[in-house]
Design a protein around this ligand. Sequence first.
Ligand SMILES: Nc1ncnc2c1ncn2[C@@H]1O[C@H](COP(=O)(O)OP(=O)(O)OP(=O)(O)O)[C@@H](O)[C@H]1O
Ligand SMILES: [Mg+2]
Length: 498
Amino acid sequence: MEMRGISKRFPGVLANDRVDFDVRSGEVHALLGENGAGKSTLMKVLYGLYNPDEGEIFLEGKRIQIASPTKAIELGIGMIHQHFMLVPSLTVAENVALGLPSSRGLITDLDRVSKRILELAEIYGLRIDPEAFVWQLSVGQQQRVEIIKALYRGASLLILDEPTAVLTPQEVDELFVIMRQMVKDGHALIFISHKLHEVVEISQRVTVLRDGRKIGTRPTAETTRQDLANWMVGREVGFVPDRGLSTIGEGRLRLENVSSGSDRGTPGLREVNLEVCSREILGVAGVSGNGQRELAEVCTGLRKITGGRILLEGGEVSGLTPGELIDRMLSYIPEERMRDGMIKEFTISENMILREHHKKPFSSAGFLNLGNISRYTDKLVHEYQVKTPSLETPAKSLSGGNIQKVILARELSRKPRVIIAAQPTRGLDIGATEYVRARLIEERRNGTAILLISEDLDEILTLSDRIAVMFEGRIMDILPRALAVPEKLGLLMAGVQP
Ligand SMILES: Nc1ncnc2c1ncn2[C@@H]1O[C@H](COP(=O)(O)OP(=O)(O)OP(=O)(O)O)[C@@H](O)[C@H]1O
Ligand SMILES: [Mg+2]
């Protein structure tokens, strides 16, 4: 497949500027670039979701028009979006069959679909039960269903837009096994990721976009991670400042014997005890699905506790609503940013002041002070380098990473007493990741208590003063950073008390 001179314009932005890009069968071609560089846009053009303003697309040398995803699928092009499009209340087989023309009755068709799913699963080493309901599946398994769905429809070119952002390290390994098998079978794969070690591991060629323009394409074997980083950002990339020493202050957030339920059969929390102090980052490590999500939800009032109590600065807050906790200066950087982090239809300005719009200086006597609001948001947009044509742009038209920057700017700049940060750098490019980590360290220096939940063990080790390891809803142990060697953490994460 070859794209030539593709341009795509949105109000105020040239998202793709005469981009050339091609992919061959039997290769993984990685697409790299900072947040907002135009990667997803280029891929949406290829998948028929956007109509390009300029440019041509060729498949096996023939010029083609891709007016819709239906047309793309007909041509053998599949796309795995970062936000899955499955119906939770249907089974795997039903989801795969959805939208396919049915020759006979649905029931007989489903048998055939199940059979074919098992065949595909066998070929690509994708473990999946066609009869399972999608709501029962982990994120990694749901992604496999999306891949099967695309393969079932005969995709020979597959676009994977940040597929690893939502996966645990083990799931990433499994995905790479599947990808290698597809490449061996002659499929062409386009792979987007901000994690350079993944790009180096899985791709044969890499193309870098910057500000909508293509910077170049190279064989991956001829580059290093450092090269790629510099190439992408257009300058030398530094590293996160040292955490420095910190004398831990008074307790701010305290959980005493807290238990809770959960969604899908995974354990909730079981008698969790922990305390996050002022001037401290307490990291929570664990394999995803061991209660981390529930921990964030009970701390922010999104989930009811079934036992124990929660204290914020000494006062009990167990039954409070998320709004009441926000008013007590608890900040939350949620894992599900589109669902819990912002209002998609609202503008960037509106999203930036979501927490404080009813207070001074943003409003007085029931009237919004628009001048103060735009000065404040303008400052944050610059500080966090949010790439946007204006402050009045609706949040939904930002790129994935820039949405996260808006949430971070809002939550970190309100001078919180406690921050609950779940996967704060997921989906961010290296420059933005560096910035956010530095900001969390700065918040800690200012005295804030930070609970950092992350699946990225490097991130936990870089930032935390103490590390709590979760397994099956329990805290296995809490270690000072100096004693938290990866081997020991690994055992605890597997539920083994060394
Ligand atoms: N539907 C849309 N309406 C308006 N602007 C858009 C739309 N989609 C993307 N843009 C803009 O186009 C630019 C490129 O966005 P794109 O989503 O392609 O970036 P990206 O490289 O995928 O970034 P990320 O790594 O953050 O996902 C951004 O400035 C974005 O705000
Ligand atoms: Mg994107």
